[in-house]
Design a protein around this ligand. Sequence first.
Ligand code: SF4
Length: 326
Amino acid sequence: MTGAPPLLAVAGLKKHFPITRGVLRRRQVGAVRAVDGVDFTVAAGETLALVGESGCGKTTTGRMVLRLIEPTAGSVRFAGEELTGLDVEALRPHRREMQIIFQDPYGSLDPRMTVAEILAEPLRIHGVGDRADRRRRVAELLALVGLPQAHAQRYPHEFSGGQRQRLGIARALALRPKLIVCDEPVSALDVSIQAQIINLLEDLQRDFGLAYLFIAHDLGVVKHVADRVAVMYLGRIVEEAPKRRLYAAPRHPYTQALLAAVPVPDPLARKAPAVLSGEIPSPASPPPGCHFHTRCPHAIARCRAETPALRGIADGHRVACHLVAA
Ligand code: SF4
């Protein structure tokens, strides 16, 4: 940490999707609390991993950062400027600097467009360069992600899953962003291909000083790529720490359970904590108190009544658990 202001600062971010009833007169009868007040920062050139099970709110958080989903409340500051409340025109210059890589590389590429058209599209939309400039940039982007120039005239269906994710990365790089939201970028790929894509993302980060908000459902995937890790459960961050500290000494029972579930080459070497059991509760009716108490092996009466605050217990290490002392 340099003490410089963060590239991205998120505070009190919430997304509550209304639940409505009625045919003629729709009325709100509740809300799905997909994200329920999260705070985090990402520095230039850093990778923060947001990790948690499906439905924990991590993808919604990533999309709110990019204003692909409008927050219900909270603040998103990018390079010192507040993004919430900006209209489309005011947001446009920031959109160039913040990009996304999607989980499903095939679904995110228009099957009717050639690779050259797909990669030139963001440049065209933002009015960058003329046709010749854009052709040169397409060639550069293909080289950056390790694809031959001859592939420029092919269509997405002619590529393997790993190659399609390389195209997704090239498209995200087209406008020279500072931050990329990587939304489960390797979870749809074979294990051997996952390592290649993670290596590529690391090389690009080193070469261009990119910051990543890296969204994943398992701690095994982010072990190599993250600088810091924030663990989410039912719309809230329950633990955040520098990577080494989190993997060496996780303090929240949920983080401990997620780590215990990460496959290891020698099953006898796995540490003791209980593997997570039970379903994640619905974010439409989260349990009172600590949201994790219905699955926590250490829950006490206080956990059912009182929400634990996310408190700092060491430099850069925050935990939301009544039983964790500072
Ligand atoms: Fe478990 Fe209670 Fe800690 Fe929640 S606050 S993680 S229920 S011990």
